[in-house]
Ligand binder design. Structure first.
Ligand code: NAD
Length: 480
């Protein structure tokens, strides 16, 4: 049957947001042009239209930003803790006040559904500043026995494109709360909300140099993390780049935390509430188009309920709406970039080549322009298949089965990664037994993808080390 064309319903979020013709860098409290006088395009992935031109920072810009952060370090770290807290509160409030603008911009620049940027990314970004504002004058209780809390110094922070504003907040809030100064580099495809955040920092009168933002691609990031004036590096991104950064930091003895990739298991036992588990599977893999480091991308289902789960999953997928991310009814927005769409398509083809059955239910037509991928799941997957081993970072789920809890745990842990896991069962004792044996930084029980500023997040094995959020996340930003 031919797909029926339909119109998107208008939403208040479609109110136009002004996007600058070109952006600048934020260094020493001022917006400045890059030394290179070069700019590159940032594209709306749902329309392929060029949204703005992003300043290409180079080594000279990084030098200037690190110098500004160094100059600001002493006065900022010596500010009474309650005064530092006031700045963090102000930033949190201003994020709330400009929430709609930030959400629309995030969706236009990154392709994620407005209901996610509006209800998840922006509120959580504000929450991270609120939470850490509260810690400023309580740091001595965060790391007991560490004596007087002292900041590490100048921090280099590099973030990815999947949660641009939220990752900036995860990085900045604890660093500032502990009295550090920062040079932040956003991802090249999603720099707009970071630059809007720079405006907020300026509006909040944050002292010049406390936060500096240098945009650019991998070379800019490398110039930053390898800069001699840096005391600590915090990196969130791919495991491949993380390993390179770890080598560079080891050579210089620079402190480092890494939040890297994942291939997280979502385990459904036969005694689980299956309808709820289906929602958890959907939330686990199709939230943010699967561009989630902790996405539940490997589904393990107890063999006796596998037919029921795949049947119900397929039915549920038919009601997922793929399309205009600015439509408040959209469940699955655009893939972040053309390059990432090609990567995902390569993985889907590789799965089919290896003999997996590729299921992409969903009747509706996809928009003619933009980067789109239907929610996908694959059955007939073996642990040795590439789609079961490698991080795809897209809306693609590999479905496998198991017979006993032992087998589920063994298969779930059979990965170089260890970021997160989900366990679905009605039995509390099973939750406890399975969860404690899973090699994952976070284990969600009868839920998935729950984030909170009070809760530490981070990985095992090749998913990285160090924690972000909660009391544990502060340790990385305090001198030993
Ligand atoms: P990426 O590693 O390609 O890029 C991440 C950031 O690093 C970008 O800002 C990029 O410009 C910069 N960069 C690239 N090369 C660099 C270099 N040599 N030195 C310094 N910086 C460099 O990753 P990506 O494709 O943007 O993001 C997707 C990856 O991020 C996935 O693997 C995902 O799992 C991971 N991720 C992890 C977490 C977590 O908390 N563990 C959260 C979000 C994303």
């Amino acid at each position: 049957m031919p797909a029926t064309p339909w119109e998107y319903s208008p939403a208040p979020e479609t109110v136009p947001v002004t996007v600058p013709e070109r952006t600048q860098l934020y260094v020493g409290g001022k917006f400045v042009d890059p030394h290179s006088k070069k700019w590159f395009d940032t594209v709306n992935p749902s329309t392929e239209a060029v949204l703005s031109h992003i300043a290409e920072g180079d080594a000279a810009d990084v030098d200037a930003a690190v110098a500004a952060a160094r100059k600001a370090l002493k006065p900022w770290s010596r500010l009474p803790a309650q005064e530092r807290a006031k700045y963090l509160y102000r930033i949190a409030r201003r994020i709330q006040e400009r929430a709609r603008e930030l959400a629309v911009l995030e969706t236009m620049d990154g392709g994620k559904p407005i209901k996610e940027s509006r209800d998840v990314d922006v509120p959580l970004a504000a929450q991270h500043f609120f939470h850490h504002a509260g810690w400023c004058d309580k740091l001595r209780y965060a790391v007991p026995g560490a004596g007087d809390p002292r900041p590490v110094g100048v921090c280099a922070q590099v973030i990815p494109w999947n949660f641009p504003l939220l990752m900036a907040a995860w990085k900045l809030a604890p660093a500032l709360a502990c009295g550090n100064t920062v040079v932040l580099k956003p991802a090249e495809t999603t720099s707009l909300t970071a630059m809007r955040l720079a405006e907020i920092l300026q509006e909040c009168d944050l002292p010049p140099g406390v936060v500096n933002i240098v945009t650019g691609a991998g070379d800019t990031g490398r110039a930053l993390v390898e800069h001699e004036g840096i005391d600590k590096v915090a990196f969130t991104g791919s495991t491949e780049v993380g390993k390179r950064i770890a080598k560079a930091c080891a050579a210089r003895g620079t402190r480092l935390t890494l939040e890297l990739g994942g291939k997280s298991p979502n385990i459904v036992f036969a005694d689980a509430a299956i309808d709820q588990a289906i929602e958890g599977i959907v939330q686990g893999i199709w939230f943010n188009q699967g561009h989630v480091c902790c996405a539940g991308s490997r589904l393990f289902v107890e063999e006796s309920v596998l037919p029921e789960v795949t049947r119900k999953l397929e039915m549920r997928m038919r009601s997922l709406r793929v399309g205009d991310p600015l439509d408040k009814n959209t469940d699955i927005g655009a893939i972040n970039s053309k390059g990432q769409l090609q990567t995902i398509e390569r993985y889907i083809a590789a799965g089919a080549d290896e003999g997996c059955t590729v299921c992409q239910p969903g009747p509706q037509a996809l928009p003619a322009k933009g980067y789109w991928c239907r929610p996908t799941f694959m059955t007939g997957v073996q642990p040795s298949h590439v789609v079961a081993r490698e991080e795809i970072f897209g809306p693609v789920l590999a479905v496998m089965s198991f017979r006993t809890p032992e087998e589920a745990i063994m298969r779930a842990n059979n990965t170089p990664y260890g970021l997160a896991a989900g366990v679905w069962t009605e039995k509390g004792s099973k939750v406890f037994d399975v969860a404690r044996r899973l090699q994952a930084g976070v284990v969600w029980c009868n839920t998935y993808n729950q984030f909170d500023a009070t809760s530490p997040f981070g990985g095992f094995k090749e998913s990285g080390f160090g924690r972000e959020g909660g009391m544990q996340g502060l340790a990385a930003y305090l001198a030993e």
